[in-house]
Design a protein around this ligand. Structure first.
Ligand code: HEM
Length: 505
């Protein structure tokens, strides 16, 4: 009996230690999940990926823009109201990424997505000019070529159900590879290995993400998944290294002065080639920075890897759901066609970069699809200093998850949130909303550096596909079942049928 009492007393002691320390007391004042004895909320989130995604939405519906998670020693605050999000994202004090991003570290190391502090600031300064409008024009050629290849592929599979995700990923991966590294991926052995390793790595990260027992590096590295990851990483890093080496050699052998090449002058029409190799502003900008002593070779590799990761999966996801929505809303598809007719008349001419600016209605459709299906459904920060959110004190050492998906579906910000209504993005309607109510590309100083690139590519791809094909629905919005992941991913393929348009506009 005495032993039993001692055990009970011990467990109660542990419970108090875990759940009534200073941090726990502050966090547990915030509404949240049901607390269990000792382990807090740990059991509440042990679900497979699809169930976990559904659970996240259920909890968000039951709370009002903020809720907490607590299981000693981990504390997290989950926010999806624009006021609190502004506090976190507009403030450089909270720009350190949280532990969740650690799975990407072996691949991206200290690239722009993961670095913080002075290193991040320096890198952001070096890379920002790579997305200047005049530089974006240079990438446009690669985007056009890859979009035309996409049309050719789809022409061979007319009137069959197309699984959009692999088709869109192929197009966006090749486009970013050409823009970031100036290398065209072919189906030849090295390129194919690299492409497959990128897909494999993305897949492995997702599998790890949903297996709590593989969170610790030690166990992960010993697991079959860890071994596969090592192999994929070796292929990817060797490929990136070789591309950088070849590019530097080309620059030296041809006596190219990068200082002149990186000037702001708009020389897109007159010169887009170095010999036979395309100019690649992103990599060249980094090589120029190395010549000026601002970055080293390892740093260049981190950034190229970062752009390869951030620049293809996200845009592929954005395109997939946008095309699926347009297939399901034929009247909106027709409105886009009317706009395209106004721009192109009866000609079949190629789309010029200036034409994209005139596609105002299409712009609103893409924005609305990114609202409903944000490719990055949540982001996360490490809070190192106490902060006030929704009148609660959030202690230092807490993870702050920002749920973009739930923010974009708040009834008070977007009435009838599940309806696809591009007019929500008419300037008058945008002006009425909080400026942090819509953040598919995040916001503040650490927003997405590639957002103009992504919008340019999405507009070009969607408009070109609609000029060539009528989209017919197969998968509908109600069929979608998302899984908890870094990028918004459906658990099943997302299908659309492509029917040849009678007259190509
Ligand atoms: C529809 C497409 C895209 C979406 C929705 C998107 C979304 C985002 C979001 C939400 C973030 C913030 C991540 C965080 O705070 O953890 C981000 C960061 C970033 N994105 Fe994108 N992105 C897209 C396309 C691209 C493209 C095409 C590129 C490259 C060409 C790119 C490069 C980056 C980089 C490097 C960062 C890190 C920026 C920093 O921390 O300074 N993204 N993106």
């Amino acid at each position: 009996m005495i032993y039993l009492l001692l055990v009970v007393a011990f467990l109660i002691g542990v419970h108090f230690l875990f759940n009534y320390n200073e941090k726990a007391v502050l966090l547990r004042k915030i509404p949240g999940l049901k607390d269990s004895f000792i382990i807090g909320n740990a059991l509440e989130i042990l679900y497979p990926p699809v169930k976990l995604f559904e659970l996240g939405r259920k909890i968000a519906n039951e709370h009002n823009g903020i809720y907490r998670f607590w299981s000693f020693p981990y504390g997290a605050i989950n926010i999806y109201n624009p006021e609190d999000i502004e506090v976190i994202l507009s403030n450089m004090e909270y720009h350190q990424k949280s532990l969740i991003y650690n799975f990407l570290k072996p691949w991206l190391q200290d690239g722009l997505l993961l670095s913080y502090g002075e290193k991040w600031q320096n890198r952001r300064k070096i890379l920002t000019p790579a997305f200047h409008f005049n530089i974006l024009r240079r990438y446009y050629v690669s985007l056009q070529e890859n979009t035309n290849r996409l049309v050719e592929t789809l022409n061979k599979t007319l009137d069959t159900e197309i699984d959009l995700i692999p088709v869109m990923s192929e197009c966006t991966l090749k486009s970013i590879c050409e823009s970031a590294m100036g290398t065209r991926l072919s189906d030849e052995s090295n390129d194919k290995q690299y492409k497959n390793a990128i897909y494999e790595l993305g897949h492995l990260i997702v599998q790890r993400f949903v297996r709590v027992y593989l969170f610790a590096d030690f166990f992960f590295n010993l697991s079959p998944l860890g071994k596969k990851q090592k192999k994929s990483l070796s292929v990817i890093h060797n490929f990136t290294r070789k591309v950088i080496k070849d590019r530097k050699k080309l620059i030296i052998d041809n006596g190219i002065s990068l200082v002149n090449e990186m000037g702001e002058k708009d020389d897109y029409e007159s010169e887009i080639m170095y010999g036979k190799k395309k100019k690649t502003a992103m990599l060249d900008l980094l090589i120029l920075a190395e010549q000026e002593g601002l970055i080293d070779n390892a740093g260049i590799k981190e950034e190229v890897d970062t752009f390869m990761f951030e620049g293809h999966d996200t845009t592929a996801s954005g395109l997939t759901y946008c095309l699926m929505l347009l297939a399901n809303y034929p009247e909106i598809q027709d409105n886009i066609i009317m706009e395209l007719k106004e721009i192109f008349g009866d000609t079949k001419r190629a789309t010029r970069i200036e034409d994209l600016n005139a596609m105002r209605y299409l712009d609103r459709c893409i924005k609305e699809s990114l609202r409903l299906y944000p490719p990055v459904p949540f982001i996360s920060r490490q809070i190192n200093e106490e902060v006030q959110l929704s009148n609660y004190t959030v202690p230092a050492g807490t993870v702050c998850n920002i749920y973009i998906y739930d923010l974009h579906r708040r009834e008070n910000l977007f009435p009838n949130p599940s309806v696809f209504d591009p007019d929500r993005f008419l300037p008058g309607n945008v002006a009425k909303r909080h400026c942090y109510a819509y953040i598919p590309f995040s916001a503040g100083p650490r927003n997405c550096i590639g957002q103009k690139f992504a919008m340019m590519q999405m507009k070009l791809v969607v408009s070109t596909l609609l000029r060539n094909f009528k989209l017919l629905p197969v998968t509908s919005c109600s069929d979608l079942k998302f899984q908890a992941d870094i990028v918004l991913r459906n658990s099943e393929p997302v299908y659309v049928k492509f029917e040849k348009r009678e007259s190509v506009i």
